[in-house]
Design a protein around this ligand. Structure first.
Ligand code: P6P
Length: 337
C-alpha cells in the first residue's frame, strides 16, 4: 500500500522544504479544507437533506441564490472567523467584505471565495465546487477595507478549489506547484493523490458555451471555427468539446488532461468585460493553471496582472493548455478592440 500523506503532513513538509507556508497560512488552508468537508457533506445529502432548490433571494450579482450557496457561505465564514489568521473575508454571496469581529484576533491574510460555484447544477446532480483565493493584507494601518482586497492575482499567497463530484477533491497551490487531495470518507481526511500537476501544452479539447456563438468577438469565432473545421481545416486535427457549466469541473478536467476553457467578452452586455468574477473565480483558477504550466489571459492580458477596480469585478477568461491560450490571445492582439 502506498504511503498516505495527509494534507497537514504535506503542508508541514512543504514549509520545511520551501518555507512558503508560515503557521497562519497553514492554519488558514487546514480550516478551509475542513470547511470544504462540511460543504461536501451538505452537498451529498441532496434531496435527503432539504438543501436543494432556491433560497428565495438574490446575491450582489443579481443571481438567484440556492439554499446551498448560503449554507456554503455560512460554513466558510464561521470556520474562518475565530482562528486569528484572517483580517477579513469576501464572497460572491456578500455585497461587501466581512471583517473579522473584534472579539477575535485579526491576522495578516485576506480570504476570498465563491462558496459554491456552478450552483445551477446543484438540483441536477452535476459537479459543483468551492473556489478560494488568499491575499496578504499589505497595508499596516489599523482596520481593513475593500481597498485592501484590490490586489492583482499575482499577489496571491495561495489558491485552490474543492470539486464535489464522483470524488471530493481539494486542489491547492501556494506557489510551489499544484497538489491534489482526495477526501477519504471513511476517515474524513484529505489524502495526497497527486502533486506537481502538469497541464499538456497542446490539446484537442475546448470548453465554451456554444449557444453564445453569435455574440462573440471575431477572434473567438475564428478560433472556434478553426477547431470545428477539424482535420480538413487550418488546425489539421479534430477537436472535442466539453461544457459542464461549472468552472470548477471544467478547470479540474483541464488540470487532469489538458484543454482550453473560454468565457469571453460578448456583445450581450458590452460594458461588462465578461461573466466570470476576477477576484474569486478567475484569479485563483489562473494561479493554479499557471502553477501547472498552463496560461490564463483575458484574451489580451495575463489575468493575474489585471489590477481590480472593485471587489466583484468581472473579467473575460481564456485559460488552459499553454499553446492554445497563446493562439487565442494572439488572435485577439491582431485585432483592435
Ligand atoms: P453559462 C457558474 O454559474 C459559472 O459562474 C461558472 O462556474 C461556469 O463556467 C459559468 O458560470 C457557466 O455559465 O452561461 O454557461 O451558464
Amino acid at each position: 500500500m502506498t504511503k498516505r500523506i495527509s494534507l497537514t503532513r504535506y503542508l508541514v513538509e512543504q514549509q520545511r522544504e520551501h518555507g512558503h507556508i508560515p503557521a497562519q497560512l497553514r492554519l488558514l488552508i487546514e480550516v478551509v479544507a475542513r470547511a470544504c468537508k462540511h460543504i461536501a457533506i451538505s452537498v451529498n445529502k441532496g434531496a435527503l437533506g432539504e438543501v436543494l432548490g432556491s433560497a428565495g433571494s438574490e446575491n450582489v450579482q443579481g443571481e438567484v441564490q440556492k439554499k446551498l450557496d448560503i449554507i456554503a457561505n455560512e460554513v466558510l465564514i464561521e470556520a474562518n472567523e475565530w482562528g486569528g489568521h484572517l483580517a477579513a473575508m469576501a464572497s460572491e454571496e456578500m455585497d461587501s467584505i466581512h471583517v473579522v469581529p473584534n472579539r477575535y484576533p485579526q491576522g495578516e491574510y485576506l480570504l476570498l471565495f465563491d462558496p459554491l460555484d456552478g450552483s445551477s447544477n446543484i438540483d441536477v446532480n452535476v459537479s459543483i465546487g468551492t473556489i478560494f483565493s488568499v491575499l496578504r493584507k499589505v497595508t499596516n494601518n489599523r482596520g481593513v477595507s475593500e481597498e485592501d482586497f484590490l490586489q492583482p492575482g499575482k499577489q496571491q499567497a495561495a489558491a485552490g478549489y474543492c470539486v464535489f463530484g464522483p470524488q471530493s477533491t481539494l486542489v491547492l497551490t501556494v506557489g510551489e506547484g499544484v497538489a491534489m487531495f482526495t477526501l477519504d470518507r471513511e476517515t474524513g481526511s484529505w489524502v495526497l493523490t497527486q502533486e506537481n500537476v502538469q497541464i499538456p501544452e497542446d490539446t484537442k479539447e475546448f470548453a465554451i458555451n456554444m449557444s453564445n456563438m453569435r455574440h462573440w468577438d471575431a477572434p473567438v469565432r475564428r478560433y472556434i471555427d478553426e477547431c470545428l473545421a477539424g482535420k480538413e481545416g487550418p488546425r489539421g486535427k479534430d477537436f472535442n468539446m466539453r461544457w459542464v457549466a461549472s468552472m470548477v469541473a471544467d478547470v479540474h478536467r483541464i488540470l487532469t488532461r489538458g484543454g482550453v476553457f473560454m468565457y469571453p467578452w460578448d456583445q450581450r452586455e458590452p460594458d461588462k468585460p465578461g461573466k466570470l468574477r476576477l477576484m474569486y473565480e478567475a484569479n485563483p483558477m489562473s494561479f493554479l493553471i499557471e502553477q501547472a504550466g498552463g496560461m490564463a489571459t483575458n484574451g489580451r492580458q495575463r489575468i493575474m496582472d489585471v489590477v481590480p477596480g472593485k471587489l466583484h469585478e468581472r473579467v473575460a477568461v481564456v485559460l488552459g493548455s499553454k499553446n492554445e491560450v497563446q493562439r487565442v490571445t494572439e488572435y485577439h492582439l491582431e485585432t483592435t478592440h
